[in-house]
Write a protein that binds this ligand. Structure first.
Ligand code: C2O
Ligand code: CU
Length: 503
């Protein structure tokens, strides 16, 4: 009897000690997981601006771009150069630029040593040209999609989309900006001198292990890596010399998991003029702006001669520790010259709002985000989840019923957000969007309409753009068909989608 009691006491107290230790570990991880670099960044490197690539025009009048995805080494501010991947360089890729109405042809050569894809995020184009998981091409091969640019001026981007490997390929450096121009935008008095008063700002947070990029996931990184080092256009600790009274920043969140809450060190207000799919109806004055992975925003910021201000990411009410909501990060220092060139005022009217009307809705679909599945299902390359009729206006109701944040991105289309948690969207979410942030326990309603390209056999994707979730299967497939048609068969096997090299 005595012995029995003694052993019980030993077992129980050992169990309690373990539980306490585990609790302490959780508490410790929670505290140390918080990142705060405010005031700690030196800003001693000039911001790199990705080279502008306008391509060449071939005899058929197509704008042709040549891209090579490759491996290399990059000075990311560590002791040794960091092994990275890049496009036409060692890290990130050039900024592509084309005009509405133009045919483009992109020759993409894979030289990274493993199969990948290149996806045109935000672009309206045929599913076969989309560069999603069905358009894999092997090392040594060239994939040459072609399409006609037909959508409003916008800041889009490109990145790989190999199923299950997207996080890794993007994190190593495969991404770039794709700027579209049109006549309406060109007629507005907005800053537009690339690299001078119209500057790409590609936001990425990195975690290093020595000089190498750390790709392991910490305890609070179930959504993906949250780094403590910010890179802008691949530059650590960057500053930008401002020479004009106003500058336009094209902000792109090309991070795997982090949500930014963008504001300036002196809390100044700025004009948000565009979001994912182009110009807003009118400029929206803000001093904070949330940007989740995949989202873009264009802002115009005013400067006084000689002043210095820092672009930061602030703590966030929405979102959680898993997307960096408790972190504060210094991002980019802006140094205004003592004499600034005149810039025109931001116009009051920018563009017409999306022409999508709730009264036209013919079909409603529900998408529930939970864990790493959508509507309870894991991504299956051979399953078409939704069949959409060409030109129909649809309402997509997306609910995050989870205890953690997600976001929702739809290929091929720019949608209109008509409600956020039952209320009209804030003004900065009233334009054309292709990616929307969904904090825990939230709901958005989107109006979508797919035009131009019906193809029952080639799916487009919708997915969470937290790349670790996407890779884990938080993705679905839809096809666009002529009214009355049915979805075809898709195979998970990529053979037949290859082009270029044959052995
Ligand atoms: Cu930015 Cu399906 O991707
Ligand atoms: Cu997610």
């Amino acid at each position: 009897m005595r012995r029995w009691i003694k052993w019980t006491v030993i077992v129980v107290s050992a169990g309690m000690t373990l539980m306490l230790a585990f609790g302490a570990f959780i508490a410790y991880s929670f505290l140390t997981a918080k990142v705060d670099t405010v005031g700690k960044v030196d800003f001693d490197r000039e911001l790199a601006v990705p080279p502008l690539e306008e391509g060449t025009v071939d005899e058929q009048g197509r704008r042709v771009f040549d891209l090579t995805m490759q491996r290399g080494e990059t000075d990311l501010g560590r002791d040794e150069p960091t092994p990275t991947w890049g496009i036409n360089g060692s890290y990130l890729g050039p900024t592509l630029r084309a005009e509405r109405g133009e045919e483009v042809l992109v020759n993409v050569t894979n030289d990274v040593g493993e199969p990948s894809t290149l996806h045109w995020h935000g672009m309206h184009l045929p599913a076969e040209m989309d560069g999603g998981p069905h358009q894999m091409f092997d090392d040594g091969e060239t994939w040459s999609p072609t399409w006609r640019v037909d959508q409003p001026a916008a800041t889009l981007w490109y990145h790989p989309h190999p199923h299950g490997e997207t996080a890794k390929h993007v994190y190593r450096g495969l991404a770039g900006m794709f700027i579209l121009d049109d006549e309406e935008e060109a007629a507005l008095p907005l800053p537009r001198e690339y690299g001078v008063d119209d500057v790409p700002v590609i936001l990425q947070d990195k975690e290093f292990d020595g000089s190498e990029l750390d790709t392991t996931h910490g305890f609070f990184e179930s959504n993906g890596i949250l780094g403590d080092t910010m890179l802008v256009n691949g530059t650590p600790g960057p500053y930008l010399d401002v020479t004009t009274e106003r500058i336009r920043l094209r902000l792109l969140n090309a991070s795997n998991a982090r949500v930014y809450n963008l504001h300036f060190s002196d809390d100044r207000e700025y004009d948000v003029i565009a979001t994912d799919g182009g110009l807003l109806p009118e400029p929206v004055r803000r001093d904070h702006l949330l940007l989740s992975p995949g989202e873009r925003a264009e802002v115009v910021v005013s400067f006084e001669p000689g002043e210095t201000v820092v672009l930061r990411s602030d703590e966030q009410d929405a979102g959680s520790r898993f997307t960096g909501a408790s972190d504060r990060l210094d991002i980019l220092q802006l140094r205004a010259a003592d004499r600034l060139e005149r810039s025109p005022e931001v116009p009051d009217h920018l563009a017409d709002p999306p022409d999508l009307d709730r009264d036209d809705v013919e079909k409603t679909r529900e998408f529930e985000l939970q864990g790493t599945v959508i509507n309870g299902k894991d991504m299956d390359m051979e399953r078409i989840d939704e069949t959409v009729e060409l030109d129909a206006t649809e309402l997509w109701r997306v609910r995050n019923t989870d205890g953690q944040p997600h976001n929702f991105h739809v290929h091929d289309v720019q949608f209109a957000i008509v409600s956020v948690d039952g209320s009209p969207p804030p003004a900065e979410l009233a334009g054309r969007k292709d990616t929307v942030f969904l904090p825990e326990q939230s709901e958005v309603e989107l109006l979508v309409r797919f035009t131009d390209y019906a193809d029952p056999d080639s799916p487009y994707m919708y997915h969470c753009h937290l790349l670790r979730h996407e890779d884990a299967g938080m993705m679905g497939q839809f096809v666009v068909v002529e009214p009355g048609d049915e979805a075809g068969e898709v195979s998970g096997d990529h053979a037949g989608h290859h082009s270029g090299h044959h052995d």
